[in-house]
Design a protein around this ligand. Structure first.
Ligand code: ATP
Ligand code: MG
Length: 176
């Protein structure tokens, strides 16, 4: 078997990034600084145009990529990951889509359990200012007004404006 270390060590972090917010960025900065390479997995990649999942995987990819460029972080790659809706197979799904990795950053109990059962090293990722740095809060503020902008990196707001994301979210979450 080819040694994974030959290509350097990869860490993994997964989120839905609906949208990427300042809490995600705190973790991403920390992981990128601590790791040789960081793989950012875009979870639930197949969903878009839903009130809980308004943005496509490609739009989320652009948000992440633009922010990383703006921050000068280069030791990362982005991998969209569709849900399988079968937790016993999910780690294999992630493995099939990501460069080989050895460490996983997560504070989600299910994610931690699944990857530790599969033998991965789990690293804690603390939550920053969770009352406001949360995808759910950002989407709620987008629907209600303009208060979402301070909660996301500037480049994310630019991407959302470019794709008319707020109007999309308002329309799809409006009642019939
Ligand atoms: P949603 O409310 O849409 O579920 P979310 O804010 O929970 O969004 P996700 O896109 O679901 O974010 O991504 C979850 C990942 O992001 C988890 O690993 C979690 O640890 C991390 N994360 C989310 N919010 C924060 C935060 N405020 N600080 C640090 N990490 C965060
Ligand atoms: Mg979440």
């Amino acid at each position: 078997m080819v040694s994974k270390r030959y290509f350097g060590e990869y860490s993994l972090m997964i989120g839905r990034f609906q949208p990427l917010h300042n809490g995600h960025m705190e973790v991403i900065r920390k992981c990128a600084a601590e790791s040789e390479n960081l793989t950012i997995g875009i979870g639930s990649a197949q969903y878009s145009h839903e009130s809980d999942n308004p943005f496509t995987a490609g739009e989320r990819y652009l948000m992440i990529d633009e922010v990383m460029k703006a921050e000068g972080i280069t030791n990362y790659c982005i991998v969209p990951i569709e849900d399988l809706n079968r937790y016993s197979l999910w780690v294999a799904q992630v493995e099939s889509l990501s460069p080989p990795f050895s460490r996983v950053y997560s504070n989600n109990p299910l994610t931690r359990r699944l990857f530790s059962e599969a033998g991965y090293e789990l690293k804690d990722s603390p939550l920053y200012n969770r009352e406001v740095y949360s995808g759910t809060v950002v989407r709620k503020k987008m629907i209600e007004g303009d208060g979402w902008r301070p909660l996301v990196p500037k480049k994310v707001a630019e991407v959302i404006d470019f794709i008319d994301g707020v109007e999309r979210l308002r329309e799809i979450s409006g009642g019939e």
